[in-house]
Ligand binder design. Sequence first.
Ligand code: PLP
Length: 417
Amino acid sequence: MKNEERGFTTTVLSVACGKSDPHGALNVPVYQTAAYEFASAEAMESAFTGRTPDHAYSRITNPTVEHFEESVRQATGALSVTALNSGMAAISNLFLTLGRSGANVVTSPHLFGNTYSLLASTLREFGVETRFADMTDPAAVAAAIDSETCAVFLETITNPQMEVADLSALAAVCQAAGTPLVADTTIVPFHAFHARDFGIDLEVVSSTKYLSGGATSLGGLLIDYGRFDWSRNPKLARSAETYGVQPHEAFTAKLRREIHRNLGAYMTPQVAYQQMLGLETLEVRYARVSQTTLEVAQALSSGEFRGIVSVNYPGLPSNRFHAVATRQFGTAPGAMLTFDLASQAACYAFMNRLRLIRRATNLFDNKSLAIHPWSTIFGTFSEEARRSMDISPCTIRLSVGLEDAADLQSDIRQALS
Ligand SMILES: *Cc1c(COP(=O)(O)O)cnc(C)c1O
């Protein structure tokens, strides 16, 4: 359980490794091995049948990855944390654990592009239905839920629309309907946004973003708060019986003992080491980048930047989600903002004139990144599909890094001229 006495970073820095290192290494060693040796056939049997917690094969567990998982678990107070080799691997593992043919997922059309495609195309072909509803309208979400709904899923700040739903209101709807509330919380990390306090049952994170400590590696986390009674999900109710666990442990049992082994997308030890270093400095880096983002958003919306039609950042008092975002994420909600220019041509001209800010996808690198989502991330969707997702050809997305706010503003100013 979460250590209530200590702060987030203190907790992260004080998690002990599961087994002691013979050299007393202060950083977790990178156990770069596929398999592990056993002293006897009996010890092997115990490990393989789950009677002892030994490592057997690194697709299933690895000491370095386990240390990273345990550090996140202690810092978030979760029941279990599973580290995967990308955000999409975490999201795939999530839906393949929860769903089954005939079930449905209630979600927003405002989703990360690959998540949208996973639900609307990939899982649809396996008989999982996706129902799109407006997450800012709890009554519409309630109306979309039925007895076959296996989850209500949303992103805490949608990208690039920057929509923010009222999570407590959605949690109340989910609780009344007996449906788990599942959130992709990538845009505001878990030290700054306590998902469990807002009624979220399962959290997925692309740790490629803030956690990796500067775009060092791809990764994903699946965090189970152990608050949902899975006897309400027929598939997981059976799994609780199979594995002989309590109803609230059924998701983790199904995930760790079946789905994640079968999908083979576990995080690798070198990546877990890099992301462990990222976790140690997460709070410090986030404080800087989120503050810079607020400062840049204020400057861009001041009217002094020629050509900027509108700025979208929930930290601005004029933003339609300001009150709910401040309540949930604090006064500087994340290091992503968008702004609109007059046309797609104006966006291309702006992108091509940037000198400091890099033209790249990804979010929350140490370097600031700009992208034109309409022509890139969503470039293979039909124009109609893009409009239905509220993607505009006039929008630039900016991910703010560790540079000085004044330098970012001067690059934007010169690129607009
Ligand atoms: C990047 C991202 C993902 C996918 O993560 P990968 O690590 O690239 O697989 C999912 N959701 C959100 C909100 C993201 O920003």
